[in-house]
Design a protein around this ligand. Sequence first.
Ligand code: GTP
Ligand code: MG
Length: 231
Amino acid sequence: MRKPDGKIVLLGDMNVGKTSLLQRYMERRFPDTVSTVGGAFYLKQWRSYNISIWDTAGREQFHGLGSMYCRGAAAVILTYDVNHAQSLLELENRFLGLTDTASADCLFAVVGNKVDLSEEAPREGGQGGGRDPGQAGGGSSGSKQVQLEDAMAFYKKILKYKMLDEKDVPAAEQMCFETSAKTGKNVDLLFETVFDMVVPVILRQRAQAPPQTVDIASAPPPARTRSGCCS
Ligand SMILES: Nc1nc2c(ncn2[C@@H]2O[C@H](COP(=O)(O)OP(=O)(O)OP(=O)(O)O)[C@@H](O)[C@H]2O)c(=O)[nH]1
Ligand SMILES: [Mg+2]
């Protein structure tokens, strides 16, 4: 298997729909999911590049792994649930710091998932789209709690945290998405926008990487070794 050329990581609280988004994009379906343990990855061929996309666990107990998954990432997709305001706050409080290990010119996308729930007529006391509404990061009430402008304001906080100038990075309008893994709304747009933007990052990473070849002429002669059995 060829080594991936670049890495994209999905981060976000448990139950926001990271695994579902990836399955919708990669497998074109919306299956039942179980809460992710550790992490898992998919490989995507995009043009001539091999991109790995890492799905991480949002559960608190796996938090320590997040910065490991982010190491060298060319893009991070920070995911929240539009019907659960706390999940956007968690991105700022708990997940943004995990991206310190990402590539210096890492791109950020902010994704509000489960818009289908807020597009449906509100149901009396309704809960939906979540495995366990009682848990932290759990259920979605089905009434939209986070607006796209809130996500764009968070995107600007990311730039501030990373000390990036707005002029040097894609605009918030380009990098904030509202999606539904259930209906597929904006899912292709999200991933394919990120893939397109990641290609120049991959090319820059390649240009900065130490050469992978060895100059045989200048390499020292190998030390003589004895071989044979030791009996
Ligand atoms: N209605 C609706 N439900 C969704 C959507 N995306 C995910 N869900 C549901 O939300 C629950 C959690 O989805 P997952 O994709 O497993 O969430 P996750 O972010 O991967 O969670 P962890 O692996 O625990 O971090 C599941 O019951 C999904 O079916 C969506 O767009 N709309
Ligand atoms: Mg998951």
